[in-house]
Design a protein around this ligand. Structure first.
Ligand SMILES: CC(C)(COP(=O)(O)OP(=O)(O)OC[C@H]1O[C@@H](n2cnc3c(N)ncnc32)[C@H](O)[C@@H]1OP(=O)(O)O)[C@@H](O)C(=O)NCCC(=O)NCCS
Length: 165
């Protein structure tokens, strides 16, 4: 899996938060319409997401890599403990196989941390994401849980797993 020309993978920086929050917000509006209650989507505010990203990066928890175009992030992957916590591509860049590159980078980061059994969670009904993950060797394991999102609502998510060694 390789990136389209002109794009580069690099670790996240503190000054990326505005750019990340902007497309992350659009990912939710466009990627989660019909999956997450519309009133939740309508209530999302990009400033809250900027703040959440500031806090997340300041906490030092986990690791995040971004795909940048001219050094500006257009996609990211985040890992924490044994889990790929987030895989998001700016909707303007969907369909160019950036998702599979992010996933491979997430797996590499987990392996670097010594993780042998990777975990990720996707919103139930997110078939677009499930298809990308299954193509990379991830499998639904039948577990469904309701998770609290830090922005103040619940998400019903299904677990996927992959052996990484
Ligand atoms: C899931 C996601 C990461 C995939 O990234 P990507 O780089 O677009 O991945 P791909 O290029 O392999 O495309 C995956 C599928 O998206 C669909 N797709 C492609 N372009 C699209 C577009 N413009 N609009 C809607 N769907 C599109 C296609 O079904 C495609 O599969 P196909 O090419 O085999 O038909 C990305 O869609 C995304 O960020 N979605 C919103 C956030 C999300 O769901 N993240 C996962 C959270 S667990």
């Amino acid at each position: 899996v390789t990136l389209p020309p002109g794009l580069a993978l690099r670790p996240v920086r503190l000054d990326d938060v505005e750019a990340i929050a902007a497309y992350h917000h659009q990912c939710w509006l466009q990627g989660y319409a019909g999956l997450v209650p519309q009133e939740v989507l309508d209530a999302l505010v990009v400033e809250d997401r900027i703040q959440l990203w500031r806090e997340h990066l300041a906490s030092g928890a986990g690791r995040t890599a971004v795909v940048a175009a001219d050094d500006r992030p257009i996609a990211h992957v985040g890992v924490e403990l044994d889990t790929i916590e987030s895989v998001y591509v700016d909707p303007a860049w969907w369909g160019q196989r950036i998702g599979p590159v992010l996933l491979a980078e997430g797996e590499r980061l987990l392996q670097e941390d010594g993780v042998t059994d990777g975990v990720l969670w996707t919103v139930v009904g997110n078939d677009r994401a499930v298809k990308v993950y299954e193509a990379a060797g991830w499998a639904l394991d039948g577990t469904v849980e309701v998770h609290d999102h830090p922005l103040g609502f619940n998400l019903t998510e299904q677990r996927m797993v992959k052996r990484l060694r």
